[in-house]
Design a protein around this ligand. Structure first.
Ligand SMILES: [Zn+2]
Length: 343
């Protein structure tokens, strides 16, 4: 089969479009003919070798996969060949205390497609049958691939971890990112007022289309001042962070008394300081979050079916142009998801 692989860590140039053996399935697995796979920021980190976990070369990236079931193992009964499916990105042991409590993303063995296991930058991928979920009927493969990773991450952050309530105010950092564009929509569905940031004014209109009530230009300046101006000097209840070092200080200063900062990423750097007195005096909470559970993905898909959440697609590129897709994401030229189409 055709696939994009890499055999050493480095720049987008290490990605090669080539022929590799087709994978085999186990009795509880399915073989999926990939039709579309989204590019995530995590793909860049795995390619660069900065995630902290090692991969075996040649490696195939890709966590967000939509396609058709090609074959099923002997014990598989939830899907049949020909079914249109998307894959829940996370794979866990399925039997530990966390997994059985429905918190599979807390499992010690948790991993995602394209991280330790081969992913969807290929014509075929194998998956545990439990990861194959029916695709919402109103979506194309490209749209379906743009959903799981970012929407379940944003859902877990806002709804589960930060406990967002109707009438609260949220600051969403990075409206143009996949996870930011998902967060704006989820926060609006939850009844919150959304202030979003964007790196250039050309992205303001799209952020508003997604439902942002206000959009602020963020260029490393005085974000917290602008947030306080828009909130009657109160600050926001929740800050949705994934950028890290570049926005950390301003994000904390944007919080109202009792505010919660929830973060899932550090794309601009891993160091963040905090004034401990400011933290306790203002009753602040700092909350870490990673991925989301399968059950949360089901909630997301329900709202996608009802038309309340929509995948945001920046562009669709053929699989063989994966290196160009990575460069586009690395230079933050996109708004929403970059999708690789597998012909
Ligand atoms: Zn487990």
């Amino acid at each position: 089969m055709k696939a994009v692989v890499f055999s050493e860590h480095g720049s987008p140039n290490v990605l090669r479009y080539t022929e590799v053996p087709e994978p085999r399935i186990g009795t509880h697995e399915v073989l999926v003919r990939v039709r579309a796979c989204a590019v995530n920021h995590r793909d860049l980190l795995v390619r660069q070798g900065t995630t902290g976990s090692s991969v075996s070369f040649p490696h195939i990236l890709g966590s967000d996969i939509a396609g058709e079931v090609a074959k099923v193992g002997e014990e598989v009964s939830n899907v049949r060949p020909g079914d249109r499916v998307l894959l829940a990105p996370g794979i866990s042991c399925g039997h530990c205390e966390e997994c059985t409590a429905g918190r599979d993303n807390f499992c010690r063995e948790y991993t995602v497609f394209g991280s330790r296991l081969p992913g969807g930058y290929a014509e075929y991928v194998t998956a545990p049958a439990a990861n194959a979920l029916p695709m919402p009927a109103n979506l194309t493969f490209e749209q379906a691939a743009g959903i799981p990773f970012v929407f379940m991450t944003a859902w877990h952050m806002l709804i589960t971890r930060a406990g967002l309530r109707p009438a609260e105010q949220v600051l969403v950092i990075g409206a143009a990112s996949g996870v930011g564009s998902a967060a704006i929509q989820i926060a609006k569905v939850a009844g919150a007022r959304v202030i979003a940031t964007a790196g250039s004014e050309s992205k303001f209109a799209k952020a508003k289309e997604l439902g942002a009530d206000e959009v602020l230009l963020y260029a490393g300046g005085e974000l917290a001042k602008d947030v306080r101006r828009l909130t009657n000097n109160r600050g926001v209840d929740v800050v949705f962070e994934h950028v890290g070092q570049a926005t950390w200080d301003q994000s904390i200063l944007s919080l109202a008394t009792g505010g919660r900062l929830v973060t899932c990423g550090a794309t601009t750097g891993r160091e963040g300081k905090i004034n401990i007195t400011y933290l306790f005096f203002n009753h602040l909470s700092l909350i870490g979050s990673f991925m989301g559970s399968k059950s949360e993905l089901y909630s997301v898909l329900e709202l996608v079916e009802r038309g309340l959440l929509k995948p945001v697609i920046d562009c669709v590129m053929p699989l063989e142009r994966a290196a160009d897709a990575h460069a586009r994401l690395e230079h933050r030229q996109q708004f929403g998801k970059i999708i690789l189409q597998v012909p």
